[in-house]
Design a protein around this ligand. Sequence first.
Ligand code: SAH
Length: 213
Amino acid sequence: MKDLPRHIGLRNLLADLLVEKGIENENVLQAIRKVPRHLFMESSFEQRAYLDNAFPIGAGQTISQPYTVAYQSELLGVTEGQKVLEIGTGSGYQAAVLCAMGVKVYSIERQKELFDHSSALLRSLGYSIIQKYGDGYKGMPAFAPFDGIVVTAGAPLIPKALMAQLKVGGRLIIPVGVDSQIMTVVTRVSEKKFTKSEKGAFKFVPMLKEKER
Ligand code: SAH
């Protein structure tokens, strides 16, 4: 599949729709206009790649809805050159959007099939992302601290290890809940102090423990 002028047109329309839905951050909107989402999906879904919907990506997982990707990226509140850790690489689309925002991206995926596929795809599209095959509950202590951490699967709880890997002033964006999730923003206000604020309800695939299927 290629990236054609009609795809660019559809992306511009998608970005306009996200503005209508409340996304304001220009850096996020520019990234949505740039990243060829159809290349992150199975070819049979190509026609629907620029609708604001989630779609299956194999291994029982989904590529998040564009609004959710944009909203989580906006909540991070990061600027160019800062470091963000993503939990749940999946298709690689959210990682590519952050990369297009000029952010230095680190991403963890626990399913080998998705890790292999997204690594090859992101490299072939020229996105430079540090990827790890492993358990997102542990984060990436070797590369910590991060200006932002974004979890793209529904978490039953807020992992302490992730909080510990935030810079002071950094934010953890995490959908918390089992059947449905509340988008939660945890801000590290000092070395020892964290504040929490809750946003709207969302629906994510579950964040699983290492041996869970
Ligand atoms: N950000 C992705 C969304 C993928 S869905 C995208 O843009 O396409 C959530 C992903 O989280 C799935 O790929 C799933 O395998 C992964 N995941 C679930 N539990 C995890 C864990 N404990 N550690 C790392 N990844 C996990």
